[in-house]
Design a protein around this ligand. Structure first.
Ligand code: FES
Ligand SMILES: [Fe+2]
Length: 378
């Protein structure tokens, strides 16, 4: 490899000025990117029983996750028809009606308005016919495993199409027994959300800052992240399972015999990064909080009782601690880039022609979303 070829091979990557730090870009991007695509809204385990509802905020909008009586997940805008208050502020359980805390307007679990206490005057209630057509505004939603996704503008491609590059690659995995683990890791990162996402896509930094991961599967045997629509698949193989990297190194239970020595990863543009390990799932989600601030959480799913039993408690602890350390290794460079890119000395990326194809595609997707929405310039 000649040194002279490095700059000529540089992949052109260009996001508009202010993309990583300006408030106006952040606001436009929230609409174009996060409301215009499939975004993680929450989890099925937040609403385990029929009649459970949980408020969440997605792309700055208040939403309500609801499990209806047949057990299906529904998502609504958490905005009361009356005066526009979010009707539910805390999770509720096993309710037949969702009742707004302000004036008590009651909605059924399908979002239909059913009652307005005292509305017609003191002592005269308004019972609303379920066919009246008044109700909470539904949000397009889809579920994969425990994850609930929404597409707020309703215009994205069908979820199955969006997720197909992942679904097809893990088709032989039995994910049916997965249950949410007993710990969530929570990071407050002083960096723009795109730097967090780009770091997920960057398979080149493993050898430099993640000694444990590199020891598990060496950089020289790794491949770049692929691109497939809004999905960024990656995969590597490891020689020997070990604590922290798998739950059960003895491999008594795996989700796929084919995948017993593989780690799949999928960045689901724009907000979720999933690792499918032989016997568990790691789900990273990001929430843009400000142009220079991102909340990042890491969730774990294990097979059946291994999610919270005492037998696997120590093995889970080792996994949680491993990811706490690995993600902390990533936060330093992300926060460093947030600062370094404000410098006049930064003149754009010098990207690897091999490793950074994913980064280039990510940039393209952000630009395309902004252009499509007409929000590219503000
Ligand atoms: S705002 Fe909900 S009942 Fe008045
Ligand atoms: Fe990393």
């Amino acid at each position: 490899m000649s040194q002279g070829s490095d700059l000529r091979d540089t992949v052109a990557l260009d996001l508009p000025e202010g993309a990583y730090g300006s408030e106006s870009f952040f606001v436009r991007e929230r609409e174009a990117v996060f409301r215009g695509n499939w975004t993680l809204a929450g989890f099925g385990h937040q609403i385990p029983e029929p009649g459970d509802a949980s408020p969440v905020t997605v792309a700055g909008l208040p939403l309500l996750l609801v499990r209806d009586l047949p057990g299906d997940v529904r998502v609504f805008h958490n905005v009361c028809l009356h005066r526009g208050c979010p009707l539910i502020r805390e999770p509720v359980h096993r309710q037949k009606r969702l009742t707004c805390f302000y004036h008590g307007w009651a909605y059924d679990l399908e979002g239909r308005l059913r009652a307005r206490p005292y509305f017609l005057e003191g002592g005269r209630h308004d019972i609303v016919d379920s066919k009246a057509g008044l109700g909470l505004e539904p949000v397009r939603s889809a579920q994969w495993s425990d994850l609930i996704f929404v597409n707020l503008d309703g215009k994205a491609a069908p979820f199955e199409e969006y997720a197909r590059p992942m679904l097809s690659r893990v088709a032989d995995y039995d994910l049916s027994s997965l249950r949410h683990g007993d710990r969530v890791l929570d990071f407050d990162v002083a960096g723009n959300w795109k730097l967090v996402a780009e770091n997920w896509l960057d398979a080149l930094h493993i050898f430099a800052i993640h000694p444990e991961l590199n020891d598990f599967a060496d950089q020289s045997g790794r491949e770049r992240t692929e691109v497939d629509g809004c999905m960024f698949p990656g995969v590597y193989e490891f020689a020997e399972p070990r604590a922290g990297m798998v739950l059960d190194p003895s491999r008594r239970h795996v989700m796929s015999s084919e995948g017993a020595n593989k780690v799949w990863s999928f960045f689901m543009f724009p907000s979720v990064f999933i690792q499918v390990r032989p016997d568990h799932l790691v789900v990273f989600d990001l929430v843009p909080v400000a142009p220079d601030r991102t909340r990042e959480r890491i969730h774990f799913y294990f097979m059946g009782e291994a999610a919270d039993d005492t037998e696997h408690a120590e093995a889970r602890r080792v996994i949680y601690e491993a990811w706490d350390a690995i993600n902390a290794q990533d936060v330093g460079p992300i926060e460093g880039m947030q600062q370094g890119r404000q410098s006049t000395a930064f003149r754009g990326l010098l990207a690897s022609p091999y490793w950074d194809e994913a980064l280039s595609h990510f940039t393209h997707l952000v630009n395309a979303c902004m252009a499509k929405s007409g929000l590219a310039h503000g």
